[in-house]
Design a protein around this ligand. Structure first.
Ligand code: NAD
Length: 289
């Protein structure tokens, strides 16, 4: 396929490289990044012109909407705008409406799996949009990822992503505060892991991404809490989930508490640039006051 790829940062660049390696004709555009070995256009509209699929991998919904306004007029009827960024549900739906008006198809397909998954081609895509559009881009999902779930209409991919990450943020905090409590009760961390990872408190954060160094599988905790998945990205996703919850009047008290804690950690403490599991040393240092 002829593919335009806009947004070649930490995630976009390796995703685009995998498409090139699989034989697709990719033209990139980024305001700043210049990945090696990739044909680049001078403007986003130029990368989009005549493409079968234009992929965007951008920081937020406002940027996505401005890029969409620039590229949609250049895209051929029936082409697909595949957005893989994590953005608010409203922006995803606005882009889908704009695409339809322009005679295009849109798919919102945020990813799980991080920079490692992008490089290895093992991302999970959660997609929203028309079935015909999903089917058209499915071969690209198969190259960039290991699983793609068609979740429903426009915005359903973003909805699935923020619900998943709300669970992830809340669960990471619960795992970290429990470790810090166990420390103060004199419980050995390895014993804590051995029990919880095989009992009803188990979770992905405990079993696959344990926040305690030297315990369980290798994780960012074993590398000085270097990300991994940075605390500020978790803060972004928790903000999106609260924005969505407000829009539809959903009661999400645990998600709201997680947002408050990650905001404090990133904005007022030393959390920026740390992995999101660095909540454990944060709790370790604190008392109840
Ligand atoms: P990044 O900041 O590394 O890359 C974003 C790129 O977009 C940058 O290179 C920037 O120059 C470019 N850009 C910004 N505005 C632009 C514009 N108007 N036109 C063209 N290019 C523009 O971010 P990332 O880590 O690659 O994340 C991209 C998206 O993926 C985000 O929405 C993020 O939430 C999501 N995501 C990231 C991860 C992760 O672990 N990094 C995991 C899952 C999802």
């Amino acid at each position: 396929m002829k593919i335009g790829f806009i947004g070649l940062g930490n995630m976009g660049a390796p995703m685009a490289q995998n498409l090139i390696a699989a034989g697709h004709e990719v033209t990139g555009f980024d305001l700043a990044a210049r990945p090696e070995g990739m044909p680049m256009a001078a403007r986003a509209a130029e990368a989009a012109k005549g493409a079968d699929v234009v992929i965007t991998m951008l920081p937020n919904g406002a940027i996505l909407q401005s890029v969409a306004a620039e590229i949609h007029p250049e895209m051929a009827a029936g082409a697909v705008h595949l957005d893989c960024s994590t953005v608010d549900v409203d922006s995803a739906r606005a882009v889908a409406r704009a695409a339809e008006t322009a005679g295009l198809m849109a798919v919102d397909a945020p990813v799980s799996g991080g920079v490692g998954g992008a490089a290895a081609g093992t991302l999970t895509f959660m997609a929203g949009g028309p079935a015909a559009a999903f089917d058209k881009v499915k071969p690209l999902f198969d190259i960039m990822g290991q699983k793609a779930v068609h979740c429903g209409d426009a915005g359903a991919g973003q909805a699935a992503k923020i619900c998943n990450n709300m669970i992830l943020g809340v669960t990471m905090i619960a795992t970290c505060e429990a470790f810090a409590l166990a420390d103060k009760l004199g419980l050995d961390r390895q014993k804590m892991f051995d029990v919880v990872s095989t009992s009803s408190g188990y979770s992905w954060t405990m079993n696959a991404y344990c926040p305690a160094p030297g315990v369980g599988p290798t994780s960012p905790a074993d590398n000085g809490y270097k990300p991994g998945f940075a605390a500020e990205l978790m803060l972004k996703d928790l903000g999106l989930s609260q924005m969505a919850a407000e829009a539809v009047d959903a009661d999400t008290p645990m998600g709201a508490a997680a947002l408050t804690l990650y905001r404090q950690f990133v904005e007022d403490e030393d959390g920026r640039g740390m992995d999101f599991s660095a909540m454990l040393p944060r709790f370790e240092k604190r008392g109840r006051g």
